[in-house]
Design a protein around this ligand. Structure first.
Ligand code: BT5
Length: 324
């Protein structure tokens, strides 16, 4: 029975390095020790590495590289984000699925994750390359009580959360390019896409789309992005555990959205500036109607980029593509 096997995996993942005895598991699950042993064999077939420690019991050494809901939820530190996870082997875009779920009333903190997106998208309907099983392709539904014009700030909050999560799992220091890119040097490892469902009463739902390149090698990327994209594996020289990284992203996203709701954007602005690749640099900002060149002086208390052009004028940039 698959659910008992899943529950057993969850139990062992939550026990961490502490072995759990066969007898205890048999008692907890109300089955025989032979049945427990059979479930262990099933787990091994599913890609788990199960170690049996003499006289002490079983522990998990390795879990399969899958982002199935029960795996992400085992020892997840959050209170709200990820309590509901919709996991799919494949979909067009997790943004589309999340929009649909949000309209149907999915709760605050619902997460949609796919192993493969066939039509992953960026801003302005640009394509997002989402190789199967090699990245984190997910969308998070939040229902914050803030006015719609604050929605873009959530992109900056999410960026800080992702940089902190990457740091915690890999030790790597990424930087943030305003508004929605996470970089190593000049290469992009992560893109964020914040979309909004709102009406006269304000925000109904924010859909925060996060695409993290995790385990791709260079040739796994579409030719169109091979020269501009990087992955955490390429940066660190070793494969990265996607399950842990999803858990840390959800954890930090919860921590920082709570901080934002309680204290406003000011503390996030300080954190954001600490990781910024943009501030103090000469940049070019391409907008729909014009392109401006100058020095990025900072962001405002609202997350608007401040660009000083050669004539000394300070421009507030709300939305643009930035070239460093
Ligand atoms: C973004 O747009 O960076 C937002 C990407 C959001 C992707 C997530 S995945 C889960 C969720 N579901 C979706 O369908 N989307 C979200 P933008 O700033 O417009 O950047 C798009 C540009 O990044 C493209 O035009 C390419 O140049 C480049 N690009 C595409 N795929 C890439 C990749 N995997 N890694 C790095 N760069 C990429």
């Amino acid at each position: 029975n698959i659910t008992v096997t899943h529950k057993l995996a969850t139990r062992l993942l939550e026990a961490g390095s502490e072995p759990v005895s066969g007898q205890q598991l048999a008692d907890e699950f109300g089955v025989s020790r032979t049945a427990i042993w059979k479930h262990m064999k099933e787990l091994e077939e599913m890609g788990y590495g199960i170690e049996s420690v003499r006289k002490k019991g079983y522990r998990i050494q390795k879990s399969p590289d899958s982002l199935e809901a029960f795996l992400v939820q085992a020892d997840l530190k959050t209170k709200k984000i990820g309590k509901r996870i919709e996991y799919m082997e494949q979909c067009a875009s997790t943004q589309i699925v999340a929009h649909q779920l949000a309209q149907e009333g999915a709760p605050d903190g619902t997460v949609v994750i796919a192993e493969l997106q066939t039509e992953g998208r960026g801003r302005l309907m640009r394509k997002w390359d989402s190789a199967k099983g090699q990245g984190i392709w997910m969308s998070i539904i939040l229902r914050p009580d803030v006015p719609p014009h604050k929605a873009p700030q959530f992109t900056l909050v999410a960026a800080v959360a992702i940089v902190r999560a990457i740091q915690s799992v890999t030790g790597l220091e990424a930087s943030i390019k305003w508004p929605n890119d996470i970089l190593f040097g000049t290469k992009k490892a992560t893109g964020i896409l914040t979309e909004l469902q709102s009406d006269a009463d304000g925000i109904q739902a924010l859909i925060i789309g996060i695409g993290v390149n995790v385990n791709q090698e260079r040739e796994d990327f579409d030719a169109a992005v091979q020269d501009i994209a990087t992955s955490l594996r390429l940066e660190s020289g070793q494969p990265i555990n996607r399950r842990e990284l999803v858990q840390e992203i959800l954890h930090f996203l919860e921590v920082y959205t709570e901080l934002y709701i309680e204290k406003g954007f000011a503390p996030l602005k300080i954190l954001w500036e600490g990781h910024s690749a943009t501030i103090g640099k000469a940049i070019r900002a391409r907008m729909s109607r014009e392109t401006l060149e100058g020095i990025a002086e900072g962001i405002t208390e609202d997350g608007v980029l401040q660009l000083r052009t050669a004539d000394g004028k300070l421009h507030g940039i709300y939305s643009a593509d930035i070239e460093l």
